[in-house]
Write a protein that binds this ligand. Sequence first.
Ligand SMILES: [Zn+2]
Length: 141
Amino acid sequence: MSVDVALKPVPHPNPDTQPYWDGLKQGRLLFQKCAGCGKVRHYPRPMCDACYAMELRWIEAKGTGTVHSWTETHYAFAPGFKAELPYILVTVDMTEGVRMQAPLRGARLDEIAIGTPVRVVFEPVSKDLTLPAFVLVRAEA
Ligand SMILES: [Zn+2]
């Protein structure tokens, strides 16, 4: 997939989020796990919202989950998304218990329902940036 990063908003990693972006570049989905209470959280942030601990470790997620909700986007709020229209955005209940949002690739609306299994894939955008997306977990013969 080729993306004109000049026409799309792109993430700006900081020390709290850098491991997440580095993981995506390596084809690994990483979540933060609180070293105090063990709660897994996503998106990456410095403090646990359950116990307020600042200590954490990074865990590699399975990359699997089920559809919690979705929308089909027909309007591009940034010009870089225009060529992809319409596209489906899904909010996914990840196996680790957090929710994550990303585009769903290669699927039609009539293939999605609450609870539909999906898995993460990795889309290199530039040499420095890889973004997550989802695909359906289809029964494979
Ligand atoms: Zn905690």
